[in-house]
Ligand binder design. Structure first.
Ligand SMILES: N[C@@H](CCC(=O)N[C@@H](CS)C(=O)NCC(=O)O)C(=O)O
Length: 260
């Protein structure tokens, strides 16, 4: 491939933000090279590519970097418009998708975890297959559910449910006429939620906690489960044994008081 059209994605294996971008590239059929970043010990290159936020994902197209997952996905959609549209063509529908994308984006915040501290005292990361010195990220409220006990955990569980309730109430507005949920019609909002069921399953396996209750949130649950069944989503998901291992470490660290 000519240098000016090469695509490179800098990411981290567990990052839901990176996974969205990977999905966009795969759905469009765009060949790309993947570079796994050590977020605890960030490379000079990553700092140069994303000097403002210093986060992954970073997409480099023809040598030019782009940061922020939603910005990157819109760029991908506009640069390769002929394959698999990710945003609606109609301006009003596109604005609505952006509204909900912003809502979903505002519900998440990355957390940075100083894994090496834990690794030095317990040295058990090899078992999980994690590289030395990675930082780890999860949805904010969910992270509190995992890493806390007692009242803080109860409050975090309540917050997760409030967010899910808002989504459930608006599902018909978000997907007027239903969401076909077939691979060739996945859109931006699907990409944003694509890893949620994977994380939900890992949380249930690790701690027996059911966060997305199918009875309380039938529409959201069915959206998440159908998404999770789509082959490209499954292929892109982080391996569940690694996710479960990661969750156990996050909880141990949280309970030991290693905080952000
Ligand atoms: N708003 C950013 C969030 C990206 C983000 O939080 N990336 C995390 C990985 S999940 C990261 O690079 N964290 C490194 C750090 O916090 O130092 C996006 O949508 O791309």
């Amino acid at each position: 491939m000519a240098e000016q059209s090469k695509v490179k994605l800098h990411g981290m294996w567990a990052s839901p933000y990176v996974k969205r971008v990977e999905l966009a590239l795969k759905l469009k059929g765009i060949p790309y090279d993947y570079v796994e970043e050590d977020l605890w010990n960030k490379s000079e290159l990553l700092l140069q590519l994303n000097p403002v936020h210093k986060l992954v994902p970073v997409l480099v197209h023809g040598g030019k970097p782009l940061c922020e997952s939603l910005v990157i996905i819109e760029y991908i959609d506009e640069t390769w418009p002929n394959a698999h549209r990710l945003l609606p063509q109609d301006a009003y529908e596109r604005a609505k998708v952006r509204f909900w994308a912003t809502f979903l984006q505002q519900q998440v915040r990355n957390i940075t975890y100083k894994l090496p501290l834990y690794m030095n005292s317990k040295n058990n990361l090899g078992v999980m297959g994690l590289s030395d010195g990675n930082s780890l990220f999860l949805y904010d409220h969910v992270a509190k559910v995992i890493r806390r006990d007692g009242e803080v955990q109860e409050k975090a569980i309540k917050e997760v449910h409030e967010k899910l309730q808002i989504l459930e109430q608006h599902m018909e507005e978000i997907f007027p006429g239903g969401n076909p949920l077939v691979e060739d019609q996945l859109g931006l909002l699907d990409l944003m939620m694509a890893q949620t069921m994977n994380a939900n399953k890992a949380i249930e396996e690790a701690f027996g906690l059911k966060l997305i209750d199918p009875e309380k949130y039938p529409l959201v649950y069915s959206w998440m489960t159908s998404l999770h069944e789509i082959p490209v989503v499954r292929e892109t998901a982080a391996p569940s044994h690694k996710m479960v291992g990661l969750l156990h470490i996050l909880r141990k660290m949280g309970l030991m008081g290693h905080d952000l």
